[in-house]
Design a protein around this ligand. Structure first.
Ligand SMILES: C[S@@+](CC[C@H](N)C(=O)[O-])C[C@H]1O[C@@H](n2cnc3c(N)ncnc32)[C@H](O)[C@@H]1O
Length: 192
């Protein structure tokens, strides 16, 4: 019998957030290389489960001041640290932060406005992945793309395929399986 898709999972502790933001991580997961195929100047992009912004700051550099990066996280401490890092890097002007809650990802104001979204290492922490995909889908422009990657060490192949199937039932189709080191990944596109 298939596992229910509503699973209570643990949430990444703040101390791990500091490790995830370390520049050393670029040796394994280089944000520019991972994101370059999908992100252009002036795009509106979202980083869901952004933590301290390991991917959000490079995203902000890629979209530039005519674009926007919406950074969503459930933990205020992650967001506050991201804001500090963004200010230091001179990128705050086009980064918008959202501290979401377990009822909503806070994307209601972005209906059909997002070109590209990123969810790295977060879907397995979200209690209801069907709601995650349907809320993100509503915020995406037609044919907008969502890159999902989950850590191999925490998410089995079966569980990842279950996640992909939930995405397909909630507004997305699979367009690619890009390789991200230590991750299981899928590129999704909003169905027309
Ligand atoms: C493993 S970290 C990954 C962080 C970041 N994407 C990265 O790759 O560096 C997962 C993040 O998702 C956040 N998170 C967990 N559950 C969430 C939820 N329901 N809504 C939004 N963010 C959530 C956690 O607070 C944490 O910052």
């Amino acid at each position: 019998m298939a596992k229910p898709h509503i699973m209570a999972e643990h949430v990444c502790p703040v101390w791990v957030g500091y490790l995830l933001a370390s520049p050393v991580r670029k040796l394994l997961q280089n944000p520019n290389k991972i994101l370059k195929p999908y992100v252009n100047e002036a795009m509106t992009v979202a980083d869901i489960g952004c933590a301290m912004g390991f991917f959000s700051l490079p995203l902000a550099r890629m979209v530039g001041p005519n674009g926007k990066v919406i950074c969503v996280d459930i933990q205020e401490k992650m967001i506050r640290k991201l804001e500090k890092r963004a200010r230091k890097a001179g990128l705050s002007g086009w980064i918008e932060t959202i501290i979401c809650n377990d009822k909503s990802f806070g994307l209601e104001d972005f209906k059909e406005r997002i070109d590209f979204a990123l969810a790295i290492g977060v879907v397995h922490e979200v209690p209801d992945s069907a709601r995650f995909f349907s809320e993100v889908c509503e915020a995406m422009k037609p044919a907008g793309r969502l890159l999902v990657a989950e850590p191999r060490g925490r998410v089995s192949e079966n569980d990842f395929e279950r996640t992909v199937s939930i995405a397909k039932h909630n507004g997305f189709e699979v367009t690619d399986r890009p390789q991200i080191k230590r991750g299981r990944s899928v590129l999704l596109e909003k169905k027309s």
